[in-house]
Design a binder for this molecule. Structure first.
Ligand code: NAP
Length: 253
């Protein structure tokens, strides 16, 4: 990694022990940031932190279920110990039920919105005191291509990701005078555990691939570079944008 745009910065990346979140944490750290990695399971946190520190990167690991206020508080306490916070990447999302939006149970709907939307909102709110002290605060939400064109079988999840686009735009306007940018990245189909039902061998794989003009699924590092750009001084005049990273999969609201 020759780019070192984030030296002196501290970043929190939620849900960063696997998949897209891990790739983002790794990329930010490779560009020089001190990174706080987290997820729900202690063993995953330990393993991800070990991988990063073994590479010579600056990483602290904490258990954080984003829907738990006490866990979120610990992230910010850790950032304070590291000298402050410049970058918040809110990446956690769940999808406990597969089905159309109006088939979703109330219980699943609440879980989806609590983790995917409300926790992102609360993390941004709780990060503000520290981000305001940074010279160039950054909030980056991980939304989805499904925010634009809902996936039939991911109905409620898609709606939660659409709401994140609105949160991005509203918060960006509110924080523009504070020199804090707010953007989202909207990945297409990226090969991770989360998307395995689509990307593994089978009819869903072929149907999905046929909808991607570039003819391949993305990999987590297809997303991490865009996040690093938005987090860096190169992205300093970009705010309120929802950046689609989908190999050409269409994204119209
Ligand atoms: P993934 O590979 O399955 O990784 C999920 C990560 O989230 C794990 O580290 C997991 O660790 C953690 N996690 C799950 N629930 C959590 C919670 N409530 N609080 C904190 N951490 C939690 O998933 P991914 O594909 O990288 O997805 C990451 C983000 O990208 C999500 O927002 C997803 O909606 C979005 N996205 C993914 C795709 C795709 O095709 N993969 C496409 C568009 C958008 P623990 O089990 O230890 O908690």
């Amino acid at each position: 990694m020759s780019l070192k745009r984030l030296v002196g910065k501290t970043a929190i990346v939620t849900a960063s022990t696997d998949g897209i979140g891990f790739a983002i944490a790794q990329r930010l750290a490779r560009e020089g940031a001190k990174v706080i990695v987290s997820s729900r399971k202690a063993a995953n946190v330990e393993e991800a932190t070990r991988k990063l520190t073994q590479e010579g990167l600056e990483a602290k690991g904490l258990v954080c279920h984003v829907a738990k206020q006490e866990d979120r508080r610990k992230l910010f306490e850790e950032a304070k110990k590291l000298g402050g916070l410049d970058i918040l990447v809110s990446n956690a999302a769940v999808n406990p039920e597969v089905g159309g939006v109006l088939d979703c149970s109330e219980n699943a709907w609440d879980k989806i919105f609590e983790t995917n939307l409300k926790a992102s909102y609360l993390l941004a709110k709780e990060a503000l005191p520290l981000l305001k002290e940074s010279k160039a605060g950054r909030i980056i939400f991980v939304s989805s291509i499904a925010a634009f064109q809902p996936f039939n079988l991911l109905g409620a999840y898609s709606v939660s990701k659409t709401a994140l686009l609105g949160l991005t735009k509203a918060a960006a306007v509110q924080l523009a005078q504070e020199n804090i940018t707010v953007n989202s990245v909207c990945p297409g189909v990226i090969e991770t555990r989360f998307s395995a039902a689509i990307t593994q061998e089978g009819p869903a794989r072929e149907v999905s691939l046929s909808q991607i003009p570039m003819g391949r699924f993305g990999v987590p590092d297809d997303v991490s570079g865009s996040v690093a750009f938005l987090a860096s001084d190169d992205g300093s005049y970009v705010t309120g944008e929802n950046l689609v990273i989908s190999g050409g999969m269409p994204s119209r609201l």
